[in-house]
Design a binder for this molecule. Structure first.
Ligand SMILES: O=C(O)CCC(=O)C(=O)O
Length: 289
């Protein structure tokens, strides 16, 4: 098993303490009471979202890698939110709602929460929702925009596995992406095939309804939904020049190169990158398999 310690849990935090203890040292933390005064804490559950936004049509994503000439984040299906939520109740666990912009798509939900004052400059135009069914998994990745994230959780439980950017060398990162290899199961790693994973050390955050998880910029995360649930991510973009230029580079250069190569070369580009994920990791660590 991968070495994991539980993410620190606190009830509340002042902005001074949040900045000095967590933001500056880029340390994840679960804050239990940050949503205490939000109407969302009482109101938000699957039925409520269905009532408010059920008629909206959304793209849905599965847990398989995009193949051939399709975009890295091509949706697997589109349907009304209410049909999707009904599928989750019937046991569907592969389709996830991902990065659903509440402000643009269901603005009435924005009345149910406020932006917490904990010292992060949260970007108010992009509160986004993620949904998944019991057993759904989110592949190991870090966010392309390098934002500091507050993941505000509602509904059933979910587990978030967290690894700092310094551990990238053990994570089998796929070139031209922000993800590791799709077939790695971080809960039951195949050390024969992926020996570098033996070096990984991370944290596990077990989220309950109302919890807010701080995910520092560039942190790798792998998520398992224990039950039907959803989270809203609030984000603060990097402001330091180095991180900001990395954000622009990721968005403009890396993403577009991958998009173009997939379009022109197709599946052999994807297969080349998957091979390179293993090759690069083992080469850097001097591992012969
Ligand atoms: O909770 C989820 O389903 C995904 C959240 C996530 O990956 C993110 O906020 O970057």
């Amino acid at each position: 098993m991968i070495e994991l310690s539980p993410t620190e849990r606190i009830k509340t935090v002042t902005s001074e303490n949040f900045i000095s203890r967590y933001k500056e040292s880029q340390k994840p933390v679960i804050i239990e009471q940050l949503t205490k005064d939000w109407p969302a804490r009482e109101k938000w559950n699957v039925e409520y979202i269905k009532k408010v936004a059920g008629e909206n049509i959304v793209p849905l994503y599965d847990s398989k890698p995009s193949t051939d000439r399709k975009h890295q984040h091509a949706p697997a299906a589109r349907m009304k939110i209410k049909s999707y939520l009904d599928l989750l109740h019937q046991g569907e666990n592969d389709l996830r709602m991902f990065f659903y912009n509440i402000l643009a798509e269901a603005p009435q939900l924005t009345e149910d929460f406020s932006y917490p004052d904990i010292g992060l400059k949260l970007f108010k135009k992009l509160p986004v929702l993620f949904f998944g069914g019991k057993g759904a998994k989110v592949q190991m990745h870090y966010d392309i925009d390098l934002a500091d994230i507050l993941l505000c959780h509602f509904g059933g439980k979910k587990r978030v596995y967290l690894f700092p950017p310094e551990q990238t060398k053990y994570i089998y990162r796929v070139p031209f992406s922000f993800s590791s290899l799709f077939d790695i199961d971080y809960e039951n790693p195949d050390y024969e095939k992926y020996p570098a994973l033996r070096n990984l050390k991370g944290e596990i955050a077990e989220l309950d309804h109302g919890d807010v998880l701080y995910i520092p910029s560039g942190y790798w995360h792998y998520i398992v939904y224990e039950d039907i649930s959803f989270s809203m991510a609030l984000r603060a973009f990097p402001r330091k020049p180095k991180a900001f230029s990395k954000l622009i580079y990721n968005l403009v250069v890396v993403r577009n190169i991958d998009g173009l190569m997939r379009k022109f070369i197709g599946q052999s580009w994807n297969e080349r990158n998957e091979r390179m994920a293993t090759f690069n990791t083992h080469k850097k660590l001097g591992i012969n398999v």
